[in-house]
Design a protein around this ligand. Structure first.
Ligand SMILES: C[S@@+](CC[C@H](N)C(=O)[O-])C[C@H]1O[C@@H](n2cnc3c(N)ncnc32)[C@H](O)[C@@H]1O
Length: 276
């Protein structure tokens, strides 16, 4: 299957899945490869036949939906954003929690991949901020639709490329090497609550101080779906809590109820009161 054929197919199929083509432009190779594999598995001649197959078999849309779930991630992705979290956002959230008589921060990583994002938060907290906030701890919920990725979160072993953004002292302190893989030491590994959830259908039933919703909803989903999910996320954020989206993402036009914590870092603060 050539690239042009795959692009045309995606431009036809994605809107029907409430997804948007521009989000896939750069990462389509991963998705096209999976579709080619699916075509081979179904013993179909080409993508035109596959399109006919999708037409005829309604349940194939679910398969196609899962083929379109992009899984690229790494530790400390957009490290300036993590630096900003450490410097400004987390200390402020911790102060706010303490003022409310809480000794924990509640964090949610939406679409957590193989654990790179939520474990980055574990390391950031334990290796950098914990000394400043000794009586305080961080609870982290990590959700993903893909059970194979969640299995990898529990294994917590990564290639070097995946952890190379981390400060060297952190890599040395938190990982040990096993068969060319960098495996997180147990002290850092058992800190996550993992849930298999499709963010379009379910969310954890609690409130959060910080939600990381990066490189999923606001890249791949269409405007309506983005707005629906954002509204649900907003309801789970405490007043004054932070929402982080991907560095190349934008909130839907006209979004209200947030102020920019850092527009450049795509960090937003939920307004304290509805009128703010
Ligand atoms: C591109 S990765 C981003 C990972 C991480 N948030 C980051 O920014 O590095 C998208 C992740 O979202 C997951 N995902 C895709 N569709 C999902 C859905 N509907 N519900 C929950 N997770 C989903 C994928 O399995 C993948 O782990």
């Amino acid at each position: 299957m050539c690239d042009d054929e795959c692009v045309k197919f995606l431009q036809w199929a994605l809107p029907q899945l409430h997804m948007q083509w521009p989000g896939f432009r750069k990462v389509r190779a991963q998705v096209c490869k999976r579709i080619a594999r699916r075509i081979k598995h179904l013993q179909l001649a080409d993508i035109t036949e596959y399109r006919g197959f999708v037409h005829k078999h309604a349940q194939e849309w679910d398969v196609l939906d899962s083929l379109c779930q992009v899984t690229i991630s790494r530790f400390y992705r957009d490290k300036l954003m993590f630096a900003f979290l450490a410097r400004e956002v987390l200390p402020s959230l911790a102060q706010q929690a303490l003022a409310q008589g809480r000794d924990y921060l509640n964090v949610w990583s939406v679409g957590c991949g193989s654990g790179e994002e939520p474990y980055s938060m574990v390391l950031l907290w334990q290796l950098q901020l914990q000394v400043q906030f000794t009586g305080m701890h961080m609870r982290i919920t990590a959700t993903d639709a893909n059970p194979e990725l969640l299995q990898r979160v529990t294994e917590a072993c990564y290639p070097y490329a995946s952890i190379k953004n981390l400060p060297q002292e952190w890599r040395n302190a938190a990982f040990s090497i096993h068969a060319d893989q960098y495996c997180l030491k147990p002290d850092y590994r058992h800190k996550l609550r993992l849930l298999q959830q499709d963010v379009r259908e379910a969310m954890p039933e609690e409130t959060f101080d910080l939600v990381l919703c990066r490189n999923l909803v606001f890249t791949y989903y269409d405007d309506d779906l983005q707005r629906t999910i954002l509204q649900r996320l907003q309801a789970l954020l405490r007043p004054g809590a932070a929402l982080v989206i991907g560095i190349h993402e934008h909130l839907p036009a006209g979004t209200s109820g947030f102020t920019e914590w850092s527009g450049k870092m795509r960090i937003y603060r939920k307004s304290i009161s509805a009128s703010e």
